[in-house]
Design a protein. Sequence first.
Length: 171
Amino acid sequence: MTDKRSETCLYPFVELSDRDEYPDGTKFEVIHTHDGRGAGIRTRTPFERGERLCKVSGQIVASRRLHTLQINENVHLYDPHFTGLLLHSCDPNVFLNMVDMELWALKHIEPGELLTMDYASTETVLSRQFACQCGAPNCRGWIAGSKESPHRPDGTLTAVIGDTATICEAH
Ligand SMILES: [Zn+2]
């Protein structure tokens, strides 16, 4: 048998899955949320703050689409198996280093937690901006890419304070 592929690697690529630094099903599981956010990644093991969770991979594509993460303006990583499933939070527990293609823990992570990243940390433009309900005290409310104006579905611009986009809600 030349196929040494791990049965538990979340990536279906033989060349990656026989190396244990890629996301493994004994440490992570793909789940489907019932709150409309779609799929997500949940941990099965704890991670310490500052620990590297895994290396990541995917296909290099020229344009953004569902399940891509931006490497630069014209280069995107298409990964529908792992990174493309990470949910957004304005107070995320992981950071994706798109230069080294590694996922790092920003805080202590318990088994069973959903992994979250800040979409604006990789994307300059989002294919679809959205209202965030992450519940973090620093929640930006409306999520846009890091280099685009936040605009609501009806086309109106939200207020921009400094570099941080904020929706001004009338209470
Ligand atoms: Zn938020």
